[in-house]
Unconditional design. Sequence first.
Length: 202
Amino acid sequence: MTWADVNWEQGRILVHSPKTEHHEGGESRLVPLFPELLPYLHEVFDEAEPGTEHVITRYRQPNSNLRTQLKRIIHKAGLKPWPRLFQNLRSTRETELTETFPLHVVTAWIGNSQLVARKHYLQVTDEHFARAAQNAAHEAQKEAQQASVPSCMGAHENRTGGPENAESFISVGAGGLSENERMGDEGIEPSTAALRVRCSTN
């Protein structure tokens, strides 16, 4: 990647892909200049010598062993190398991006097909399980709160033999409101909020 491939104004990077250049339109692709990457690119750009062409100037020889160097970096960070170092880096990033963007957009950025992404790259993470458990607990809490509303009203009516304030309920006797007037926009039942207030005040 050269500095000419970095479009600072539009926030995009042109990625050349020799592996897929024999496919129509596969010689390159545009990827966003992600905010996580931006400060590092700025730092490298500021430190580059005038006239520097390539973004990465080290390890440019064909026999450079990038895997060995990456393992050194991982060990220096106090971490344990994971299997398939580079493929799993792509897999993790593709999984992260699909949380926010449609799959067809993500695969256009990553450079693989939706079929390959689903089969080999997208992961089920611990965060997915945690979020599912959190959602289940939230739904259970909502159901418990909804179930408590009628039992609260029933206890109130048994305790008093009926509502204490007759004017707070719809009158169906002579001289009462017509059916259309009674119902209004919300129907004839009191709102859930009104039920909660009545239960808490009685």
